[in-house]
Design a protein around this ligand. Structure first.
Ligand code: LLP
Length: 428
């Protein structure tokens, strides 16, 4: 699952005690494990190797350039959704041929940036966008390639409605019926080679079933298009593989591959994958310090120095991250990573931040060992959509990020300062 383990009652990341990072980098701090990132990347790459798949890590899940460099070193390409994410990939010298660019609202500036840098695939989400890319490519005198993003109209009932994207009624892509017309209209464009289909059915998808349904429908479309003389040679199946917010709850990469690969056998299709969460989620935790413990009616609040500004998922989606003190009470075994785990002597608490919103909580109704001011609390499985969704609300500088590799660690993003907060306003 990951390389965050308790040893002698202390939480370690690989071969570094979490407390020693906090002592020198301060809190709140995101701590990432290089070994865990590599492990999950390799598991996916290996599972889909028989299809010769290109893995394009989804930058939106974890966008720190030092992490991107690590993954590029493993052979990863990148899925980007903005000029900013593309700039991150460019900053580490990522291979442009292995960059795919999705998003319903790509601006002319972003499209121009991507055309100039020669990215591998535009994942096109509408007719107007296709026309726009073609016009811009014509003006720049460049040729490019595109995938049409289709909605296969399947979904996983366990996916939060905010992150389910495969249904017809979403803003993403075009529905399958419209796809045929799309190819008829744009399939022979002089500037864009349209020979790929992209799907992304949501995030997270907790079982292979929805992929099987979506890919099956998409392959029917591919065959129909072939019959009309439009050859599709690339299928981008998007992201969405689940990750373990609780121990052992999500399928491993090979379980998805086991069901997906047979559908593709015998077809000369290049496969692209865009995983984010399954690589990044368990590779990171948010370490916070307890500031105060207080009682409010019959609720007990543990107030920590991290908040919804650092990790918004609980407030935004009701997501549950396992939370536990970084030092175990003497004699207690390491906890299983289950939200409902109740250690001996536990107290029921809400773990909350200091932001002026009632939705500012990191965990509710958690059974935790008693904690006191100054104790460190780890919020696990926070590597994906943690730091990348952080904000400066309440004028709180963003946390630092640290990367651990074996017994070495380094700061990969310094803690923001008040100067960082104010500069864009004082600079004008
Ligand atoms: N490809 C596309 C086109 C996507 O929209 C996404 C995620 C991915 C790939 C990566 O999905 P993953 O493998 O990470 O599941 N903020 C939410 C998740 C939003 C996902 C948006 N799109 C959360 O914290 O759960």
């Amino acid at each position: 699952m990951d390389h965050f383990k308790y040893r002698n009652d202390e939480l370690w990341c690989e071969d570094v005690p979490a407390a020693s990072i906090a002592a020198s980098a301060g809190t709140p701090v995101y701590i990432y494990s290089a070994a865990t990132l590599r492990h999950h990347y390799r598991a996916i790459a290996r599972a889909f190797e028989p299809a010769g798949a290109t893995v394009c890590f989804s930058i939106k899940s974890l966008s720190n350039v030092h992490i991107l460099r690590l993954l590029a070193g493993e052979g990863s390409g990148f899925d980007v959704v903005s000029g900013g994410e593309l700039a991150r990939a460019q900053a580490i010298g990522a291979d442009p041929a292995k960059i795919v660019f999705a998003g319903v609202g790509k601006t002319d500036e972003e499209l121009t940036q991507a055309l100039r840098s020669g990215i591998g695939l535009f994942n096109v989400e509408s007719e107007q966008e296709f026309e726009n890319i073609s016009a811009l490519a014509g003006r720049l005198g460049v040729k490019t390639s595109a995938a049409l993003r289709v909605n296969p109209d399947v979904y996983d009932p366990r996916t939060h409605t905010y992150t389910a994207t495969g249904k017809k009624e979403t803003k993403f892509g075009v529905d399958i019926e419209r796809a045929v017309r799309f190819f008829q209209t744009f399939g022979r464009d002089p500037n864009i080679r349209l020979a790929a289909i992209h799907i992304h059915i949501g995030s997270p998808i907790y079982s292979p079933g929805p992929y099987v349904a979506a890919i099956t429908k998409t392959l029917e479309l591919v065959d129909r298009l072939a019959g009309m003389g439009f050859k599709v040679d690339t299928l981008d199946i998007g992201g969405g593989f689940a990750a373990d917010y609780e121990e052992g709850k999500s399928p491993l990469a090979f379980s998805y591959a086991e069901k997906i690969l047979p559908l593709l056998a015998g077809r000369a299709l290049k496969i692209v994958l865009e995983p984010g969460r399954q690589i990044a989620c368990n590779a990171g935790l948010l370490l916070a310090k307890v500031l105060y413990v207080k009682q409010g009616g019959d609720r007990r609040f543990v107030i920590v120095d991290a908040a919804m500004t650092d990790l918004v998922r609980p407030a935004m989606y009701g997501s549950e991250h396992f939370i536990y003190p970084a030092r175990l009470p003497a004699g207690q075994p390491p906890p299983p990573r289950h939200i409902k785990f109740c250690p001996p002597g536990a107290q029921k608490v809400d773990v909350v931040g200091g932001v002026c919103e009632s939705s500012d909580f990191l965990g509710k109704d958690r059974m935790l060992p008693p904690v006191a001011s100054g104790d460190l609390m780890a919020v696990f499985s926070a590597g994906a959509y943690g730091f990348t969704m952080s904000s400066q609300y309440n004028s709180r500088p963003r946390a630092a990020e640290v990367l651990v590799d074996g017994d070495k660690w380094r700061i990969i993003r310094r803690r923001e300062t008040f100067q960082d907060l104010l500069a864009p306003e004082l600079d004008v």
